[in-house]
Structure formats: structure tokens, C-alpha cells
Write a protein that binds this ligand. Structure first.
Ligand SMILES: Cc1cc2nc3c(=O)[nH]c(=O)nc-3n(C[C@H](O)[C@H](O)[C@H](O)COP(=O)(O)O)c2cc1C
Ligand code: SF4
Length: 416
């Protein structure tokens, strides 16, 4: 097995103990940053590494940091640990088993943007992990890695955890900020963007847990080392959460650009009962159903190549459907998920998800006619490009792609 970085705890058991993490080079990058590097050095190294956000959009991390104005203070950093996309379960593994590397990454991001307070926003169901993180943060404070005048320098940092209440929309960065400020978790209108007016109205960086967990490696070994894996435009490794009709589901840390075929047939050991693979959903419930053709299977899993297939890589929660799965049932699941999670702030999403649910229920109950399939496609396409945030858009992609590619599955459900 090649060297794992994000899932290093699989090769070094007990890495979630501070003494063990320290023995394996833990907090060396942190010490180096605070004692020898300037915040600009960190921003430049991360820019050179080409690291892109692992929360879904793949936005370049160093560039995001450099958007914070140096005229408005204080700055904040928030780690997004909301992880609620169906099929995504990577951040949770990091938080439980490699938590110090994540915290070290959060500390490096804070230093890079000169923030003195950082937060970890966790989905409500992870309350036990939040309690454990609180203990670890207290341990780091008493050991001198957090607190005032770190390593004798004029830099102080404190970290706090904040629990959500189990709403998918609170992973969307502006809804997350609303929730942290004690309001209903609903997205904000943009501009202003969080980089200018974020938490409590101050410049804020929001980064995903996995994004941050890459930082200790980049600061320790440098941008070129990081770039040795992955592709030119999508460097580094990525955790792919593989689930659905595969023999060996789980998290796999692989270089970006690894093909779907390698993930599914080598790491996932193929399809249950050696059935015929039908479709790939590369980004959880928010993805298109991509027919698993030879071309699709040989597509490298990086932001550009998956985009060229007509789908986003997202947070790389790869769900596999085989010939035993009816696409209409899958779409029924995704529609009901988004209807439940729609925050209700804008009409196209609130009403659109409601009506899509009404129509798919009729189809699934065997009480629909052929024109109901067109009605469902029409509702989804009327919602597109009209929603206030990406959740509403996400709710339409599985519907439109499934009807386009697997109309016969819907037709098989119609009134006889
Ligand atoms: C509906 C919705 C849910 C989201 N959920 C998450 C989430 O659970 N975790 C996450 O890191 N990003 C999530 N995002 C993306 C965030 O808004 C944001 O782009 C991300 O946290 C930025 O971090 P990154 O630059 O490190 O990727 C979500 C976005 C949307 C629209
Ligand atoms: S698109 Fe949906 S989740 Fe987003 S703001 Fe509108 S109602 Fe809320």
C-alpha cells in the first residue's frame, strides 16, 4: 500500500493520541510556521501547491485565503465539519482517527489569514466527536500549542467547537454562518461574500475538514512534494467515499485522477454478485446518474475530467448503481431528501421539491401516466438557475439525468 496522508491513522495506529501524533512529526509544521514563516509564506506555499477545496466546489484554497481584506479586523476561520451529503463519510473518519492533523491544518489556516479565533462547525449527530475535540483542544492549550504568545511569538490562537442541529443546508457556508450566529440556518444573499463579510460581519475563511488536513504536509514537505500526486490542475490525493452496490464500500485515499474503474473494481472489488454495473453518481445525492459506459469507467476522477462527463466531482462520494436498481427509486430517494432539507427561503426550491415529490410518489405508486414523466422533468428544468443556493440546483440533477438516460425505468412504474 502506498503512503497515506489524510488517512495516515490506518498505517500508524493510535494517531488520535497526542503523544503518538507528536512522535510522528505532529505539530512540527505548526511550530515551523509560527517561528520561521510569515502568513504570506503560508499563503504562497498553499497557492503553489494547487490545493483545491475538498468540500465540493474545488475552489483553490490559497486564492480563497488571499481574498480577505487587510483593512478589516478581526479575521475568522471556520472548519466546515457539517458533512451531510448522502454518501459522504470521509470527514468523520478524519475527525475520529486523525484529529490532530486536522486541528494542525486549522491552526495553519488561521495563522495564514492572521485569525486569532477559529471554529469547528460540526453536524449535530457528531456531538460525541465534538466533545472529544473539546478535550483535545484543552490538551493542546495546556501543552502550549494553542493560547497566547505561542512559542514566545506575538501570535495567539483559540479554537472553539459549535454543533449544528442536523440540517444539510447548514453545510452551505453562509447558512452555516447564520446558524453559528444563532439564527435559522438559511443561506445569505451574496455579495457580500464571507471573505469580506462573514462571521459576525467580519472577513472569514470557511474550509472543509479534508482541505485543512492537507496543510501540515504542504507546509512540512513543500508544494512540489504535494504536487507529485494527482494531476496538473487537481493535485494531491483525495478521499473517495465509495458506496452502493459494490463488494467493498469504504473510504479510499487515492491520487486525484485515479479512474472510476480502479476505484470500483480494484479497491471496491467490483459489483455485488458480479452483476452488471448500471450508473455512477460521483457526488452523492447531488449528482447526475452517469451511465457506466467504458468511457465513463476510464474517466480520471479529477475536477476537470468528471466535469467533462457532465457532472461535478463534488466531495467525491461515489455511489454505484447496478442493473438491479431502478433509477426511478433512486430519484424518489434524492427528491425526498432535498424536499426535507430545503430551507424554504426561496420559492423555486421550496415549491419545486414539494411538487417533484408529489409526482415521483405518483410514479412510484403505479398511479402515473406517461405525461407525468415529462411533468417531473419539466418541474426540475424550470427550477434550474432560479434557486438562491446550490441545494435547489442539486435537487434537479439526478431527476433530469435519470429521465434522460433511464426513461424506461420510470415507464416500468406507470399505471398498467
Ligand atoms: C447544500 C450545500 C451543502 C454543503 N455541505 C457541505 C459540507 O457538509 N461540508 C463542506 O465542507 N462543504 C459543504 N458545502 C460547500 C460549502 O458551502 C463550502 O463551499 C465549503 O465548505 C468550502 O470549503 P473548501 O473550499 O475547503 O471546499 C455545501 C454546499 C451546499 C450548497
Ligand atoms: S435553494 Fe432551497 S435550500 Fe437554498 S435558499 Fe432556496 S429554499 Fe433554501
Amino acid at each position: 500500500m502506498s503512503e497515506l496522508w489524510l488517512l495516515r491513522h490506518r498505517q500508524i495506529p493510535g494517531l488520535n493520541q497526542l503523544s503518538n501524533y507528536l512522535q510522528h512529526g505532529g505539530f512540527e509544521s505548526w511550530k515551523k510556521a509560527v517561528t520561521k514563516l510569515t502568513p504570506e509564506d503560508l499563503v504562497n506555499e498553499v497557492k503553489n501547491s494547487g490545493l483545491r477545496g475538498r468540500g465540493g466546489a474545488g475552489f483553490p484554497t490559497g486564492a480563497k485565503w488571499s481574498f480577505l481584506p487587510n483593512t478589516i479586523w478581526p479575521h475568522y476561520v471556520v472548519a466546515n465539519a457539517d458533512e451531510s451529503e448522502p454518501g459522504t463519510f470521509k470527514d468523520r473518519e478524519i475527525l475520529e482517527f486523525n484529529p490532530y492533523q486536522f486541528l494542525e491544518g486549522l491552526m495553519l489556516a488561521s495563522y495564514a489569514v492572521r485569525a486569532h479565533t477559529a471554529y469547528v462547525y460540526l453536524r449535530g449527530e457528531l456531538w460525541h466527536i465534538a466533545h472529544k475535540l473539546d478535550e483535545r483542544i484543552a490538551e493542546l492549550t495546556s501543552s502550549g500549542y494553542l493560547g497566547d504568545n505561542l512559542f514566545g511569538k506575538d501570535y495567539s490562537l483559540r479554537i472553539h467547537t459549535h454543533l449544528g442541529a442536523g440540517a444539510y443546508i447548514c453545510g452551505e457556508e453562509t447558512a452555516l454562518l447564520e446558524s453559528m450566529e444563532g439564527r435559522l440556518g438559511q443561506p445569505r444573499l451574496r455579495p457580500p461574500f464571507p471573505a469580506v463579510s462573514g462571521l459576525f460581519g467580519y472577513p472569514t475563511v470557511i474550509n472543509n475538514v479534508e482541505t485543512l488536513t492537507n496543510l501540515p504536509l504542504i507546509i512540512d514537505k513543500g508544494a512540489a512534494y504535494f504536487r507529485a500526486q494527482g494531476t496538473e490542475k487537481s493535485p494531491g490525493t483525495k478521499i473517495f467515499s465509495l458506496s452502493g452496490r459494490v463488494k467493498k464500500p469504504g473510504n479510499y485515499e487515492l491520487p486525484l485522477g485515479t479512474t472510476f474503474r480502479e476505484l470500483i473494481y480494484q479497491h471496491g472489488e467490483g459489483i455485488i454478485n458480479d452483476a452488471q454495473i448500471k450508473a455512477i453518481m460521483p457526488a452523492g445525492a447531488s449528482s447526475s446518474l452517469i451511465p457506466a459506459t467504458e468511457v465513463a469507467l476510464d474517466t480520471p476522477m479529477d475536477y476537470e475530467s468528471v466535469g467533462a462527463l457532465g457532472c461535478a466531482l463534488g466531495s467525491a462520494s461515489v455511489i454505484i448503481l447496478d442493473e438491479t436498481v431502478n433509477a426511478s427509486t433512486v430519484v424518489s430517494d434524492t427528491i425526498h431528501f432535498f424536499k426535507h432539507e430545503s430551507c424554504g427561503k426561496c420559492t423555486p426550491c421550496r415549491e419545486g421539491t414539494f411538487w417533484m415529490a408529489r409526482v415521483i410518489d405518483r410514479i412510484e405508486a403505479g398511479k402515473a401516466k406517461e405525461e407525468d414523466i415529462d411533468l417531473l422533468a419539466s418541474i426540475a428544468s424550470q427550477m434550474q438557475n432560479k434557486c438562491l443556493c446550490a441545494l435547489g440546483e442539486f435537487s434537479t440533477v439526478s431527476v433530469i439525468s435519470a429521465i434522460k438516460n433511464y426513461r424506461a425505468d420510470f415507464a416500468a412504474r406507470l399505471e398498467k
